[in-house]
Design a protein around this ligand. Structure first.
Ligand code: PMP
Length: 396
């Protein structure tokens, strides 16, 4: 049987994850990697989870190993709702929270529920690679809007909204992946007005929002614009392996997401939800998050020092106030993929920026992760990257 004839058009359209392929190229211990997007495992609450698991399994008899409701464990949704109230003064009823298997599933469910082939979807340019992958399955027409240091280019956004029928805007307003950029409050208000005017749904993906190490917390879009869907995650604050995220959606949309979730996996792992809820009962998440943020802030500073010290002067970089990434731009005539190959030979890796762009691709960008290597190793990695710049003749 020729398997390749069997696949749906839907899946044949979707490219493999470029990052996973890159990561498989650099599975060598001698390579210093700025490529991954992994939270630092030193902050995983292993002992706390051991205790929480014991409690759940002692107290519950058999219940925690049973099937459960699609919406998700009520006390876990209560924790999420309470946090929105504390942080943003937002009232989020439990009936609007759907627990998902990571925010990645949130993106996938939204794509499934909202997108028909050819539907207009506004996205940031560049944007999160795996979101592009989730959306492509449902074959929307992408309309990328350029990102500036304080958020999307409003003139460009307005032009797209005026000219085309745009169903939704997929946005990562805080410490974006891949650029580390955050929208200013002023831009948030303009964007809310624009979307209101054009009756366009806003999909806010915010896995990094809690990891702020500088500046003041931004406003939640949900306070600015009624037709906003929020996606959140415990991946960067507690553990990505738990695969726990959530969606907040208005009632009518929630009902469709609920059906899509049921069709996809009935519900998110109940045992994991129970353990997470127990962990949140027994520990202060804000305290835990502030330890992570402090550390990441120092790591970000170290990376910027290393860039300034070792990389050529023409290299431009973003200055994130949170999250896990810095975005470098090299000269227009330079190719980050060529640099990447030389870098791997020198023993250092990053992610070339090209796959984060839909349509209007840029070849001269790099995504750098700063959460996972010590300062010494970071300095050594940057020296190696400087040698790669020289090797390909990009030093001046
Ligand atoms: N959205 C963005 C912008 C991300 O960077 C990630 C993870 N890298 C996700 C969603 C998915 O996160 P998770 O499924 O682990 O919650």
């Amino acid at each position: 049987m020729n398997y390749s004839n069997l696949f749906s058009e839907r899946i044949n359209n979707v490219p493999k994850s470029f990052i996973r392929e890159i990561l498989s190229l650099i599975q060598n211990d001698d390579i210093i990697s700025f490529a991954g997007g992994l939270p630092n495992p030193d902050f995983f609450p292993v002992e706390e989870f051991r205790q929480a698991s014991n409690k759940v399994l002692m107290d519950c008899d058999t219940d925690a190993l049973q099937y459960t409701i699609t919406e998700g464990y009520r006390p876990l949704r209560e924790h999420i709702s309470k946090r929105y109230k504390q942080k943003f003064n937002l009232d989020v009823p439990l009936e609007q929270i759907l627990i998902t298997s990571g925010s990645q599933q949130g993106i996938d469910l939204l794509a499934k529920v909202l997108m028909n082939k050819g539907d207009g979807l506004l996205i940031e340019n560049p944007t999160y690679l795996a979101a592009i992958q989730s959306f492509i399955v449902y074959q929307p027409e992408f309309f990328p809007v350029s990102l500036q240091n304080d958020g999307p280019d409003l003139a460009e956004m307005e032009q797209i909204l005026e000219k085309h029928d745009i169903k939704a805007f997929y946005s990562i307003p805080n410490f974006q992946n891949p650029t580390g950029l955050t929208y200013s409050d002023e831009k948030r208000r303009h964007i809310a007005d624009l979307l209101k005017k054009h009756n366009t749904l806003l999909l806010v993906d915010d896995p990094y929002g809690d990891i702020r190490f500088e500046g003041t917390p931004a406003e939640s879009f949900k306070n600015l614009y009624e037709h906003t869907i929020l996606m959140g995650s415990f991946s960067k604050t507690v553990s990505p392996g738990c695969r726990l995220g959530w969606l907040v959606a208005p009632k009518e949309i929630y009902e469709k997401l609920y059906i899509a979730k049921q069709a996809s996996d009935l519900h998110t792992s109940y045992l994991t939800q129970r353990i997470m809820a127990q962990f949140l009962d027994d520990h202060d998440l804000d305290q835990h998050v502030s330890k992570i943020s402090d550390f990441y802030g120092k790591q970000k500073d170290a990376m910027i020092r290393a860039i300034n010290e070792y990389l050529p002067d023409f290299v431009e970089y973003t200055k994130p106030e949170g999250g896990m990434f810095i975005w470098l731009t090299i000269r227009e005539d330079m190719d980050a993929l060529k640099l990447f190959r030389a870098a791997v030979e020198e023993g250092v890796a990053f992610v070339p920026g090209e796959p984060f762009f839909v349509n209007r691709k840029k070849k001269n960008t790099l995504r750098m992760n700063f959460t996972n290597v010590s300062e010494d190793v970071m300095m050594e990695g940057m020296k190696r990257l400087a040698r790669a710049f020289q090797k390909v003749g990009y030093s001046k």
